[in-house]
Design a binder for this molecule. Sequence first.
Ligand code: PEP
Length: 249
Amino acid sequence: MARKFFIGGNWKCNGTLEEVKKIVTMLNEAEVPSENVVEVVVSPPFVFLPLVESLLRPDFQLAAQNCWVRKGGAFTGEISAEMLVNLGIPWVIIGHSERRSLLNESNEFVGDKVAYALSVGLKVIACIGETLQQRESGSTMAVVAAQTKAIADKVSNWANVVLAYEPVWAIGTGKVATPRQAQEVHLELRKWLHDSVGAEVAATTRIIYGGSVNGANCKELAAQPDIDGFLVGGASLKPEFVDIIRSLT
Ligand code: PEP
């Protein structure tokens, strides 16, 4: 089964009501390949999800940027996976490096979250990636394999998981991984999935790249055989996000 190209837009903690409406208008007016060719998922901050859901074109989908690790309840300030399902939000981003580093989310916690979100019917964009220090010390593969293992240990069905390889040193820095660097890790990750999870999961799971993707560098990255799309931060708030959605054309 071919892997459908996947474009995620992570708006992070950005936007006013007016700005959000402008971005949605820009997306709604864009001419992009059909949803049979490219799956587009945008991720506004929680508070804007219902508004964006009511305005966004039907061929684009929505993701939350996080959810609570278990069933909702007495967890002040958290948003449960069940609430996202209740609102009709199909996707959630889990394990973004900003949450791993700033909020101390461990590999195990991320694995638990992925498993819980899947168990209630959400689809998950699971983020992994090494720091600059880890890359320079030669431990990139060991780091991303450990992060992926913590997910694989808790998840038996990968059909609703997209794995986002996002080197921390490339996120929001303007320092994009070269197509060769990204392809190398994606291929290794696919081999890891093959050996540790199974051939079918390795062949069908989409591995997307994130880290300073923009309208100028997306085509060359998209041409790599093991890059199945992008998770885009900064550029997802700008008109060039449309060029990124069109990067296969
Ligand atoms: C991200 O936040 O997931 C990301 C990749 O950010 P940026 O595109 O801004 O580097």
